[in-house]
Design a protein around this ligand. Sequence first.
Ligand SMILES: Nc1ncnc2c1ncn2[C@@H]1O[C@H](COP(=O)(O)OP(=O)(O)OP(=O)(O)O)[C@@H](O)[C@H]1O
Ligand SMILES: [Mg+2]
Length: 297
Amino acid sequence: MSELLNTLSGANGGGPRGDSGDRNSSGGLTLDGSVPVVEIEGLWTKFGRTVVHQDLSLSIRQGEIMSIVGGSGTGKTVLLRQMLGLERPARGSVRIFGEDISAVDAEQLQGLRNHWGMLFQQGALYSALNVFDNIAQPMRELHTLPEDLILDAVLLKMNMVGLGPEHAGKMPSDLSGGMVKRVALARALALEPQLLFLDEPTAGLDPDLSESFVALIKSLHRELGLTVVMVTHDLDTLFALSTRIAVLAEKHVIAVGPLRELLDIQHPFIQEFFHGERGKRALEALDPPQDTAAPEH
Ligand SMILES: Nc1ncnc2c1ncn2[C@@H]1O[C@H](COP(=O)(O)OP(=O)(O)OP(=O)(O)O)[C@@H](O)[C@H]1O
Ligand SMILES: [Mg+2]
């Protein structure tokens, strides 16, 4: 247990309710795999008369990298916002760490927030704050961490995402696209979350940067045992990272499973997405065609 987490556990007493005995002595959540990290049941999302999600269900287990794919405007970002408690279900429920996100009060919601990190589609750094202060901001919002601890933690997070301390004083406008994503990721990791949400993490990055971002997420997933929920259009990233993929179409999740299981599903979006030109190329890169097919047995 790191010093930061120990301090945090004292700080976020307003976190997920302990009355059901679901918290351990460190104040973190006990995630023994028996309760899904995310459980969405019969979700409806409406904006006025527009129905974005209709009877959508999805369950995400601890340690998964669950990717959500779907056409533009199908409601992927809105689905992440539902999981973050930033939208309210018109019907149905969204449970995070077993807690119904629309039933918790503001203090409990803040406690839950301390257990997840979010990388927004647009990076969303504070343009008036330098790299250091952007990453420190979630820690400072707790109002309980001493500055010397924040200093150590920010430098650690920068190191984790491959940013040397020499970048700490730079302003967002002076950063490359890849660096903005790294700083945003370091900020998402600031409170040592158990759950990480990523909305198009590699959009706008060149192939080399995308690859190093994928390697970074992979190693964080391995080392920290994170559960990751990711939205992406980038097939290389999708194939390299996902343990399961949820396909969003017709306002709900039409299929969920490992890549290999989805490939055979006869749905027009799935066929086009995975077996169209882009899909074929990405699949070949993953699994180069063999000259001599090996027998199954
Ligand atoms: N606050 C809002 N008010 C009204 N409509 C909204 C609001 N937020 C999102 N929508 C609508 O919900 C639908 C889903 O939007 P969303 O941003 O989730 O799409 P997406 O799947 O993330 O698309 P993209 O792949 O382009 O990022 C869109 O039709 C969008 O216009
Ligand atoms: Mg989106």
